[in-house]
Ligand binder design. Structure first.
Ligand code: M6R
Length: 615
């Protein structure tokens, strides 16, 4: 969480940093700040609120001169979101200034030591402790800034991406990384620093991604020197050519990124299977699987680890892997897995799913699985992300940047990749007939058009949203492949509209949740023709006889549910294993419209961040 941006070069730093922070607001948006060096003084402005509030503050009270500076957009960990706790933070002398993404876990004991030595603190943050530790080291050891940062970081426990500036050394910015991402954009006589590459896309396509436990001194004239924090050894900078385009990270005429991303799903799914799904040839080509086929096929079981929406995609994959490939699967919350001493062996294959590729719990769970000898396969969207690099092999989802905090296209493209893997393994194992395999390939190829068709229901869905926007609680029910979709539908509603919602397997209702049902309770039931249809219809009858409001997500042409439900939303027909790719669409649109009608901040819901890099 938190986004950091820095600039050193010939341009005015302020607009570069400000616009960069706006692009990183998906990482946190409860406060923001920028410090600039104008050739003589540091000028710092920070505020609780969004980057827009910071911009207004700068407009009122500060000049914005300076060709070097660092900025921050925050997701609070230590200390409530307020002006004082916002970054950047000064050291006691006022010479050093820092922005930080991460958590310094042993900050309390370091703070005690610094207090004894006369340091004072104005904020409640761990970051202010770190900058004063750096200052203390610099003073006592009589070393330069880079060395002081290195010595200080060897004393801290936790995670960080930092940028530090010393007003007495205005030609350099020192950066370091452990656990949180950090990219350096290499321009012509200028350098950019950012949590991801989006802030500098229009200036340079050349980027260096620091590895964990690396630091860099970024000097205006002398360039970049990268070292290992622990042993001081020099690292050769590896400059990558970015494939991202600016058009991919703007709203492109939509009111919100979430809506844009919902509508991008037909293309995103196609991009995901492009080059992999070869229908005519009757094959699935995936290098990450092909290169490790024996290891994967000989696995005792697959353990899927993920968080949030990615965990829901993992749950869908449990059905596909077991159903088609007959491989036992366990789906684990990464945060639980990593702390419960799980039994993992070399015969296990772990699939880690993450849109951002930066989720701290998933990353830690991967490291744990690797340490026990398991083979770890990553399913990530962000190319070059920490998880993509940490895993033994993997497959990208190729969904393009997802900026709305609520995951949409990440979910459907993750399911697409996992379906491809399951089908491929099923074919290799011989657990699927040739004709069934071919039928799946053909149906998968048709999904983008069917998603497009499902999106055409938008106006109707808007009317349904209008009817239920004032609900205080909602239930989402589904069975089989659509049980995880019910969970995902409920998550979408709660995270952007703040309406309490729960997802359940439809048959579980009678074991408790049915007690909640009365005429105030909207129940969204996924009742497509393929997949326990009659059973779900019986569940709908049970809701109806208790006066619950029923909104059915049904297959085109459905009659039975239509006769029972208050509203239905149709999706095209497909084979059972692919229904989640269609039933998800109306639930995403419903949540979106309800949140807009309630005047909520759809792309930046309260208390959340897109990339959860703290545990
Ligand atoms: O980047 P990841 O896929 O690892 O993120 C996992 C969750 O934080 C994420 O899916 C979160 O639940 C979304 N906000 C849901 O819309």
């Amino acid at each position: 969480m938190c986004g950091i941006v820095g600039y050193i070069g010939k341009k005015e730093a302020y607009p570069v940093i400000l616009e960069g922070l706006k692009r990183l607001e998906y990482r946190g948006y409860d406060s923001a700040g920028i410090v600039l060096y104008d050739g003589e003084n540091l000028k710092l402005s920070k505020t609780k609120g969004k980057v827009l509030d910071l911009e207004n503050k700068f407009a009122e009270e500060k000049s914005t001169n300076g060709s070097v500076g660092i900025g921050h957009t925050r997701w609070a960990t230590h200390g409530i979101p307020n002006d004082v706790n916002s970054h950047p933070h000064y050291s006691n002398s006022g010479d050093l200034v820092i922005v930080h993404n991460g958590i310094i876990e042993n900050y309390a004991s370091i703070k005690q030591e610094l207090l004894k030595r006369g340091y004072t603190f104005t904020s409640d943050t761990d970051t202010e402790v770190l900058i004063n530790l750096i200052e203390d080291v610099k003073k006592n050891e009589k070393v330069k800034l880079g060395k002081a940062v290195q010595i200080a970081l060897n004393q801290v426990v936790g995670a960080y991406a930092i940028a530090v500036f010393d007003k007495n050394k205005p030609n350099e910015i020192v950066v370091a990384k452990l656990g949180s991402p950090l990219a350096i954009g290499v321009g012509d006589g200028e350098f950019f620093i950012a949590s991801d590459a989006t802030p500098f896309l229009e200036y340079t396509k050349k980027a260096i991604y620091l590895e964990d436990e690396e630091m860099a001194i970024v000097r205006l004239k002398k360039g970049i020197k990268i070292r290992k924090i622990k042993d001081d050894s020099l690292v050769d900078p590896y400059i990558q050519e970015l494939q991202l385009n600016l058009e991919q990270i703007v709203k492109g005429g939509y009111d919100h990124f979430m809506l844009k991303e919902i509508h991008e799903q037909p293309v995103a799914i196609k991009d995901t299977y492009r080059g992999r799904l070869l229908v005519k040839e009757g094959i699935i080509r995936m290098a990450g699987i092909d290169d490790n086929l024996e290891r994967i096929l000989n696995a005792n079981r697959i353990i899927v680890i993920a968080c949030g929406t990615s965990w829901h995609a993992g749950l869908v994959s449990e059905y596909i892997f077991e159903d088609l490939a007959r491989i036992p699967v366990e789906v684990e919350y990464a945060s639980e897995f990593r702390y419960r001493n799980p039994v993992i062996t070399e015969k296990d294959v772990v699939i880690a799913i993450s849109q951002s590729g930066e989720t701290a719990d998933t990353l830690a769970a991967i490291k744990l699985a690797k340490s026990k000898g398991a083979f770890v396969f990553g399913v990530c969207n962000v190319v070059g992300s920490s998880i993509a690099r940490e895993t033994h092999a993997g497959a990208y989802t190729h969904a393009g940047p997802e900026i709305g905090v609520a995951s949409t296209k990440a979910f459907t493209t993750q399911i697409t990749v996992l379906t491809l893997i399951a089908l491929k393994l099923a074919k290799e194992k011989g657990t699927i007939s040739k004709s069934e395999f071919q039928h799946h390939l053909q149906e998968l190829e048709l999904i983008p058009d069917k998603v497009e068709k499902a999106l055409l229901q938008d106006e109707h869905i808007k009317k349904v949203a209008e009817t239920y926007k004032d609900a205080k609680n909602c239930l989402y029910l589904g069975r089989g492949y659509n049980f995880p979709v019910a969970l995902e539908g409920a998550l979408k509603l709660k995270e952007i509209s703040y309406i309490h919602a729960e997802g359940y397997p439809a048959a579980e209702m009678k074991h408790g949740p049915i007690a909640l049902i009365d005429e105030q309770m909207p129940v969204f039931v996924i009742a497509t023709k393929k997949g326990h249809y009659e059973k779900v219809v019986s569940n709908i009858e049970e809701i109806k006889s208790r006066s619950g409001k029923i909104i059915g997500i049904v297959t085109e042409g459905d009659v039975d549910v239509k006769n029972l439900a208050d509203h239905v939303i149709e999706v095209p027909e497909t084979i059972e294993s692919l229904t989640p790719l269609l039933t998800t669409i109306p639930l995403q649109l419903l949540s979106y419209h309800i949140a807009v009608m309630l005047d909520k901040n759809v792309d930046q819901p309260r208390n959340l961040a897109k990339s959860v890099t703290v545990e």
